[in-house]
Design a protein around this ligand. Structure first.
Ligand code: GLA
Length: 729
């Protein structure tokens, strides 16, 4: 059965069929199908390789009607296309015919683009449109102990004129059937990645960003659930710019098409003779349910996306001064906070915005990456040294991609700013963006930011980006249709150069909170500030939404003073991430300092579990039960941390019911509720309980919250506990 191409992951198979006449179709994507010669002719007849096409005599119009992985304009199928090309003859018509395929060991790397690391093997499939002089290569990579498949495309023009790509997506997958639910993640500043569910049965649903960044509005990660088979598919995109995820159900074809790639809005890429365009990588996975999708995604991000140096490395407990001081600090103030940071047991001090140029507000100095010597009592190195002398590591905030018009940089290089000549640009947070398409600007940032890291000795860099694009133009480009993508390539080039120069520096990306939570940046920067929203009830939504597709070690999560909820509840909620405090510790009472000290002790004791254990969502905050719970399991379920949180609107309401899963049914666990400073120790109970009880019974946790309810502490909007379970030997 040489006409079948089967690509296996650990538990799934993706199977294609190539007919004698070159028709190419998707036969199966789902659980693993065993064997190599697994498909007989009769099997083929009963599969959805579109029996319609095989059983009825195909007219030329039908040729491309079956579920496939390549679609173009004018190929006989009227759904959304993988690619759109303006050919050298001015036509938009393409017909790609299967040419050949091969399996290669490992993968293919493409310069300048992030991509999944350590592929085991890669299936390369070649399609050719001879008439248009175009070759399309598709790459499908698989990984050890993982079900994710990474996909990208390379298109090459072999003529001697030129063609224009008007759309070039990274992944197409046609799925059988037309009833699907799409779970996607949407939001805004302080409300990132809220779960939304949309039923798709006819027509097109699109998740997209047009802001030039991956955005807080829509994350490229989404789940697609087959309403009939129950299969869950998930997709993501290893990219930081404009993206487009299209799901189109077509009743007449009986299929649902999925496309993932660069958004084609304002995209136009010219290919001259022998030139190629390589798309960023998209990824896909198929699993039984959402929990399994999440497990696959977490494993994949840690092992295939994050820099291996940091992938399994404990993240430091940090103290950041931003929420505590904003721009209003001097060296003495910073050292004062740092002393308290030592007292509570933090490991890293991060100096946020306001240390450079003459920046005392957000109106000036972005672009001027020289020290504010006055504010820093001599300079960055001086402050950093003083902080290091206390026993803390030092970290620094930068916002490299931006420029204020009130800056030395703008005065000497106005052409570095992203603006259309002669047109008044739009300012956001009083700033413009830098034209990262311009190689001179890229080099300026590589040098300047490199210098900041060097002279401060920072071991951690928070890379912020506080606006999105509005005035895309570069004097260095002939075709502005290339702008968005070339900006992102410029950004990757800068970060890559800095990463190579400072391989052990931990970078955390940030974009007005969590507006760039994407696999492209996570490839370079192992963690992302999840949101500026730190109030616990809101935060639970944002973290749960993020955790569907990204592991807790990638999530920057801090306790701040921005809430009237207790410091214990604030801690419990953010304890599952790369954790820290962001408040003015010099203003905290002795009691608060003592509480934070205990919290850090607790966090450090369980850090490995909290940052790298297997997260399992138990009870979604997005349903209407007013409860939220999650568990993080250690290897072999030998230990677990469970978070439970509930809101109660009425005093003396009925007890909440908790349902757990994932414990070892045959084990006995020692259980310990983390004690809270304001709650009687008798409620911080310890005990033994079997995994079977935990997995199978309704749990109420008795009077765990009673004291808080009675004392009025329940007036805050979320009351929480952490419960630690350890398997008995
Ligand atoms: C953004 C970030 C904050 C902080 C400020 C500094 O809003 O999300 O964490 O760094 O910028 O200006």
């Amino acid at each position: 059965m040489k006409n079948f191409i089967k690509l296996d992951t650990q538990n799934t198979s993706l199977v294609f069929f190539v007919a004698e006449d070159g028709r190419f179709s998707v036969v199966h994507y789902g659980k693993k199908v065993l064997g190599d010669n697994f498909l007989s002719e009769s099997a083929l007849e009963i599969l959805n390789a579109n029996s319609a096409v095989w059983n009825f005599s195909a007219s030329s119009d039908d040729l491309y009607g079956q579920p496939t992985i390549v679609s173009s304009v004018g190929d006989g199928n009227a759904m959304e296309q993988l690619l759109r090309v303006e050919n050298e003859d001015g036509s938009f018509v393409n017909r790609f015919v299967y040419d050949s395929h091969e399996f290669i060991e490992g993968g293919v790397t493409f310069d300048g683009l992030p991509g999944a690391r350590k592929p085991l093997k890669t299936l390369v499939i070649r399609f050719v449109d001879e008439f248009a002089k175009l070759t399309l290569e598709q790459f499908y990579s698989v990984f050890e102990n993982c079900d994710v498949i990474a996909v990208n495309q390379k298109i090459t023009y072999t003529g001697d004129k030129s063609v224009k790509l008007n759309r070039m997506m990274s992944l197409q997958l046609d799925l059988f059937g037309t009833e699907y639910d799409c779970v996607s993640f949407h939001g805004a500043w302080c409300r990132e990645r809220f779960r939304k569910e949309t039923h798709i049965s006819s027509g097109k649903f699109q998740v997209q960003s047009l802001s030039g960044t991956s955005s807080a509005m829509t994350n490229p990660f989404f789940i697609l659930k087959d309403c009939y088979s129950g299969k869950n598919f998930a997709f993501n995109f290893v990219y930081t710019g404009n993206h487009s995820e299209i799901v189109e159900s077509h009743f007449s074809e009986g299929n649902t098409r999925v496309l993932v790639g660069i958004n084609d809005a304002c995209f136009e890429w010219t290919l001259n003779n022998s030139e190629s365009f390589v798309t960023p990588q998209a990824i896909m996975v198929c699993a039984d349910n959402e929990k399994e999708i999440t497990a696959q995604m977490h494993k994949f991000v840690i092992n295939q996306i994050v820099d291996p140096y940091f992938a399994h490395k404990n993240r430091p407990v940090l103290v950041n001064n931003w929420e505590g001081t904003a721009f209003d600090f001097n060296a003495e103030k910073l050292v004062g906070i740092a002393k308290k940071a030592v007292e509570i047991g933090a490991e890293l001090f991060v100096l946020d915005d306001g240390w450079f140029g003459k920046r005392d507000s957000d109106r000036c100095s972005l672009g001027d990456w020289f020290d504010n010597v006055e504010k820093l009592d001599g300079g960055l190195k001086n402050v950093a040294d003083k902080i290091r002398a206390l026993g803390l590591d030092f970290g620094i905030w930068v916002e490299p991609e931006m420029i204020n018009e009130d800056s030395e940089l703008f005065r000497s290089h106005p052409e570095y700013a992203m603006a259309v000549p002669g047109r008044e640009p739009i300012r956001k947070r009083n700033q413009l963006m830098l034209d990262l398409v311009n190689p001179e600007v890229q080099q300026y940032l590589i040098d300047e930011i490199g210098d900041v890291i060097e002279r401060s000795g920072a071991v951690y860099v928070k890379w912020d980006s506080n606006r999105f694009m509005s005035d895309m133009y570069s004097p260095t480009l002939n075709n502005m249709g290339e702008y968005y993508h070339k900006y992102i390539l410029g950004l990757y080039r800068i970060i890559d150069a800095l990463k190579k120069r400072f391989p052990t520096v931990l970078f955390e990306s940030c974009a007005s909170g969590g507006a760039r939570f994407d696999l492209g940046l996570l490839y370079y920067m192992p963690q992302t500030w999840c949101s500026d929203m730190t109030e616990p009830w809101h935060r639970v939504h944002i973290q749960e939404g993020t955790l569907y597709g990204y592991p807790q070690s990638a999530i920057g999560a801090h306790v701040t003073a921005w809430s009237n909820n207790t410091i214990e509840n604030r801690f419990n909620v953010v304890s599952l991430g790369a954790f820290g405090y962001e408040l003015d510790l010099t203003k905290c009472s002795d009691e608060e300092i003592a509480i934070m000290k205990k919290q850090i002790e607790y966090y450090k004791k369980h850090r490995e579990l909290l940052q790298f254990g297997q997260y399992v969502l138990l009870d979604s905050v997005f349903d209407d039960r007013k409860t939220s719970s999650w568990a993080i399991f250690g290897e072999d379920k030998s230990e677990a941390m469970v978070f439970i949180g509930e809101t109660v609107e009425l005093w003396n309401t009925a007890t909440t019911k908790w349902n757990f899963t994932g414990f070892d049914d045959n084990a006995i666990y020692e259980m310990e509720v983390r004690s809270h400073f304001n709650v009687d120790e008798k409620f911080a109970y310890k005990g033994e309980v079997s995994g079977s009880v935990l997995n199978n019974c309704d749990l109420s946790f008795g009077n765990l919250f009673t004291q808080e309810q009675r004392s009025g502490l329940f007036t805050t909007n979320l009351t929480t506990r952490l419960i630690y379970f350890k398997k008995k030997a």
